[in-house]
Design a protein around this ligand. Structure first.
Ligand code: EPZ
Length: 424
């Protein structure tokens, strides 16, 4: 077992590199299943979720190689339609291979996805869309099985702008008979990335980034060579680190329009932020102001930045209100932040944060990926030493996090934790 150990209170300085976007690259890997040609994906982050997706693709027959400099080559010549339970259960994004397999093979079987425990995380919108396109979907014994001679293009209305359902149905529609329109589609930047990749492969997809996506079905796809966009949530996490430690740092590469809401909220909280080209300069001030935050589908405030903002607002000079409107249970980091001195009251989807609180180091445990990030940020700002267990969650989505923060002057390292039984 491992833990991250942070001695807080150190100012940060310098420039930090942002890796490729986790929530884009996982879908591009799934899309690569739809052709027997080689696909090349560049700027792939070396994170646990990428390794899990590589295991899934390999276990159904794809050849996948990832070089030390982040270049991934995927070739899916012969494919099995059944994904193994182990990896599929480990990560929710495993559901993203369902659309590509139905499109390419006409059938797919995988375990009901696992993933972060953020509350109910059904896949009903994915399955309803596949059924509308003509697939016979069965859910039994903890597995989802889909079969279809050839998917038919349809007009699909999503009850909720689900990111994953939008991407899965886009991919399924690419090889369907006829045209598909997905309405009330999610508008996240990662969906535009999937559209661009699919069109590189020869697909005809339009409208990603809006609430209406149109797909003209084609008979087959070719390979692609694509460089993944930078991770906007990793960038946002470093922005919050600067504000919480009262530091001035540069963060790059970033895509300015991907950071608009986070930048607006940090400015409201008193930070100074400038973005020029692919670099964001963030300067934290001595006073952090209380604000209201409500997570929502893009272009609203990203739910994946909510835990980090709860840590930040624990230091604000007044009462802040944070509403989590995307997930039913995304406040599991609150108890741990309270162990560090935060004063947060949760009532359903609402968190009331009273500040300023003087954060102090403690032994805490990450319950999921972004909760872990929030605890790292709190540790950077706290007085004394913070020890964070459950670092496997953090490793799912942050590449070389300690090294990057050390490069900015933080006192942070990873240690092996010796289980008590080993001492007896
Ligand atoms: C993606 O998850 C991201 N993961 C999540 O990031 C992110 O929080 C989420 O989008 C929202 O932005 C990846 O891209 C791998 P959703 P996804 O489908 O696709 C409900 C991180 O930290 N819903 O938009 O699973 C669902 O219950 C992770 O990087 C249904 O009800 O998100 C949830 O309440 C965490 N039925 C809401 O929609 C469905 O069929 C958002 O889910 C699908 C979703």
């Amino acid at each position: 077992m491992e833990k991250i150990v942070i001695t807080g209170g150190k100012p940060l300085a310098g420039e930090v590199h942002v890796s490729g976007a986790k929530n884009a690259v996982l879908k591009l890997m799934a899309a690569s299943l739809m052709t027997d040609q080689e696909c090349i994906i560049r700027n792939v982050p070396n994170i646990k979720d990428v390794k899990t997706m590589m295991d899934i693709l390999r276990s159904i027959g794809a050849v996948v190689e990832l070089s030390a400099d982040g270049v991934m080559r995927i070739q899916a010549k012969e494919l099995s339609w059944e994904a193994p339970d182990a990896s599929a259960r480990e990560m929710r994004a495993s559901i993203q291979v369902m659309g590509p397999l139905l499109a390419r093979l006409g059938k797919a079987r995988l375990s009901h996805p696992g993933g972060c425990d953020l509350g109910a995380r059904p896949v009903d919108l994915h399955l309803a869309g596949f059924r509308k396109m003509g697939a016979v979907i069965q859910e039994e014994y903890g597995h989802i099985t889909g079969q279809s001679v050839r998917l038919r293009g349809q007009e699909i209305y999503l009850d909720y702008p689900s990111v994953g359902a939008t991407e899965n149905l886009m991919m399924a529609a690419v090889l369907a008979e006829g045209n598909t329109v997905v309405r009330n589609a999610a508008k996240e930047p990662e969906i535009i990335e999937v559209q661009n990749f699919l069109n590189c492969m020869g697909a005809r997809v339009r409208g990603a980034g809006t609430d209406t996506i149109k797909v003209q079905g084609v008979r087959e796809l070719g390979g692609a060579d694509h460089t993944v966009i930078p991770d906007r949530i990793e960038a946002g996490t470093f922005m919050v680190a600067a504000v919480m430690t009262g530091s001035e740092i540069a963060i790059s590469p970033v895509i300015s329009e991907h950071l608009e809401m986070v930048r607006a909220k940090l400015r409201e909280a008193g930070a100074e932020i400038e973005v020029a080209g692919e670099t964001a300069w963030v300067k934290g001030n001595a006073h952090i102001l209380p604000i209201q935050v409500r997570s929502a589908p893009h272009p609203g405030f990203p739910t994946d930045m909510q835990p980090q903002f709860l840590a930040l607002l624990s230091m604000a000079e007044g009462v802040s209100i944070v509403t989590e409107s995307v997930y039913t249970n995304r406040f599991r980091h609150v108890d741990e932040l309270q162990r560090m001195g935060a004063s947060i009251t949760v009532d359903g989807r609402l968190a009331v944060v009273r500040g300023p609180r003087h954060l102090t180091g403690a032994r805490v445990r990450a319950s999921d990926l972004r909760a872990g990030a929030a605890l790292v940020l709190a540790g950077l700002a706290a007085d004394g030493v913070t020890e964070i267990e459950g670092v496997g969650h953090i490793d799912r989505g942050y590449e070389n996090l300690e090294q990057k923060l050390c490069g900015l002057g933080a006192d942070i390292h990873r240690e092996l934790t010796v289980p008590v039984e080993a001492l007896i």
